[in-house]
Design a protein around this ligand. Sequence first.
Ligand SMILES: [Zn+2]
Length: 241
Amino acid sequence: MNKNTTYKQLEDKLVKYKDLKDIPVKENGDVFVSLRPSKPETYGAIGQYEALGDMKDKFPLVPIRKSVSRRLDLVDKALKEINGNLQLVIAYGFRSLEIQQYYFEIQKKKYLESGNLENESIDEVIHRLIAVPTVAGHPTGGAVDVYIRDSQTGAVLDSGVPIFTFDSKDVYTFSPFVSEEAQKNRNLLRRAMMSQNFAPYDGEWWHFSFGDKEWAFYYQQPFAIYEQKSEKVVYTDVQKQ
Ligand SMILES: [Zn+2]
């Protein structure tokens, strides 16, 4: 089987825009908090922006929903029970809807200019690269981009391709074209996140969410519990923290 057929099979299993677009939302009022880059406790997820720092000016510390933060701490704890040196790092959380829209338009333009149009709706194709803004998880504060680091050596666990690689289909969680070690590390992260009810997005090994439409779809919930929020709301919340 050639590589493209394998990628196509993996794509077919990813959550689609059409799966998400009609899911209702009942906001549960969970507030936003900032993730600290280090913690005094012996366990706890930490927040550190990576290459993708587009929210850094307004929010120097990664903002996410409070109960997401609590769940991430428990994921970190579970990892440390396997190996005390493992550290869960959150490289991205809340994204403003404007930025989501901006990225979406860039990808759409690129795709249309490529002339290599697939037999699918444009929204569906672009959704695999960047979520359609109306269903996107990052603007709810429930979606996170995460990886595992060895806190002793500072080394990032090998996941085949680094977080925020956008030009390789080997970011698909189940790509068989990455090393066995990388597959093992991806599974470790996925299992740990799912143990705290995060929904995986298997189109990017680093993306998980709680409370958003993707989460509601994955766990067959009748509605999502986080709606998308404006920067102003998020800012007010984190100031009160
Ligand atoms: Zn993400």
